[in-house]
Design a protein around this ligand. Structure first.
Ligand code: THU
Length: 134
């Protein structure tokens, strides 16, 4: 998103870090939080939600994007993802496709750690070059 104010990005990072603490990840113990900014300026959040039937687990990004859609958002302008520990995690393959579905040309994907100022900024084309689109 062009002209994303630094204060909005800070707020998204803070929000993703906070929602991460609500993750339900008793199996992997890898807690993930995501915050999405839509075209109306609304922030939607998600955290991963695992299941004892392992394939039913849901990623934080999927939950956040679903929440954006449920609250009336149409475009994911910015998504912030925070994993567990110092490593900056990037979305899994399925979530790259989910992000691409709801993204606009200049959607920004920020990967941040639990703490610290390090950020990896990616575009949809970075994470899903030549992606499938209907
Ligand atoms: N996970 C996410 O929520 N988002 C990602 O981008 C990568 C992985 C979750 C899935 C699972 O609950 C846990 O992290 C470990 O893979």
């Amino acid at each position: 998103m062009t002209n994303l104010p630094e204060s909005t990005l800070e707020r998204l990072i803070e929000t993703a870090r906070a929602v991460r603490l609500n993750a339900y990840a008793p199996y992997s113990k890898f807690w993930v939080g995501a915050a999405v900014l839509d075209e109306g300026g609304t922030i939607s959040v998600g955290c991963n939600m695992e299941n004892g039937a392992y394939p039913l687990g849901t990623c934080a990004e999927a939950v956040a994007l679903g929440s954006m859609v449920a609250s009336g958002g149409k475009e994911c302008r910015v998504i912030v993802i925070v994993g567990t520990g110092d490593t900056l995690i990037t979305p899994c393959g399925g979530c790259r496709q989910r992000i691409a579905e709801l993204a606009v040309a200049d959607t920004e994907i920020y990967c941040v750690a639990e703490t610290g100022d390090e950020r990896k900024k990616l575009s949809v084309d970075d994470v899903l070059p030549n992606g499938f689109r209907l």
